[in-house]
Design a protein around this ligand. Sequence first.
Ligand code: PLP
Length: 410
Amino acid sequence: MGFNTAILHNAPNGEPNTGATLPPIYQSSAFQHESAEILERLFENKAAGFSYTRINNPTIEAFEKKITMLEGGISSVACASGMAALTNAFLNILQAGDEIVAAPGLYGGTIDLFRDFEAFGIKTFYAKENTPKAFENQITKRTKLIFAETIGNPKLDVTDIKGLADIAHQYDVPLIIDNTTATPYLVKPLLLGADIVVNSSSKYINGNSDAISGILTDAGTYRWSKEKYPGLSDYIKFGKMAYIAKLRKGLFRNTGACLSPQNAFLNCIGLETLGLRMQRHCTNALALATFLEQLDADITVNYPGLASSPYHELAKSQLHNGYGGIVTFRTGSKERAFQIINSLKLPLIISNVGDTKTLVIHPASTISLYCTEQEKEASGVYDDLIRISVGIEDIEDLKADFENALKGGN
Ligand SMILES: *Cc1c(COP(=O)(O)O)cnc(C)c1O
């Protein structure tokens, strides 16, 4: 079954008792039961059902099942934001003294989070470049997980997921991939060997920028040992479900970063057109990147779909259906970058990606403002860089608007 058909027909949809075609919004904090015994069985995990929305809820579960199906995993946990999903994904297996090996040039929020972890005795070491070998160089006996993004934002470096999974498993550590910028439409990291995949569903999955959320999905393939991951020892008996069982019984319910049923519903609606939108984001991004590259010899365009990208060959072999919706270009100076941003008429000046509308931002003065010079360099952020999250508008309108802005605007 193809991607779009699977979204519409291959995961729980609607509500059989009424014939509703979308998952109803169960806007209820808690669920009543007919007897004390039933609720006891629910709490003992001996019966299926719902008790309290911080733990689970039918609308949230419908969203989780759709993403599990799309990413090719065995189970998902939806959270209040992408950052909450990442925090849960990491801390479910880490403890003081552990180390993370991460890709250079991550999403700024994740770099900040890793800095927060230092207060709890968890250290992060960054690979010098985004190659499996460079990750391997940072692995020590204390390394407990490897983390990378499918397409780095805003560097637009592409991770060799299969190569990195091989290295991770050679050292017996799990690989966690942030798939936000690619989405399962372009690649399913779990099928390439990653163990856990995280999506900020605030972006392309939701699609319309009407709800913040995140979700993590487990492949169920990593075999946790109690010596290396003592926190999981009570859960190893659950086999493939060990990681999710620990999360649901522990950190996830105790940190309380649950998704609201309303937002899960909005995601279910957005998800139905994910394939269609991504297809358009990708063709528009490639057309705009190609156009900009030819338009002005003084700017340098970066897009994995262009032959000029050092990641083009890897992107071509690893990504299906396109190269993503994000394009960046260097303009020569911060002044020119600001002039271009201010001259554009269609794109919104916004710190977000994955909206239906085209968005632009000057990363150095906004999302990367508090990064060190070294972190900026590692994430490909320069003072003259503009990031475009290419929307689904008619491409001729976008081209005309960018051409006008690059020629000085009016
Ligand atoms: C936006 C984003 C996040 C954080 O997601 P929120 O939903 O904003 O918390 C994490 N990773 C990447 C790559 C992102 O683009």
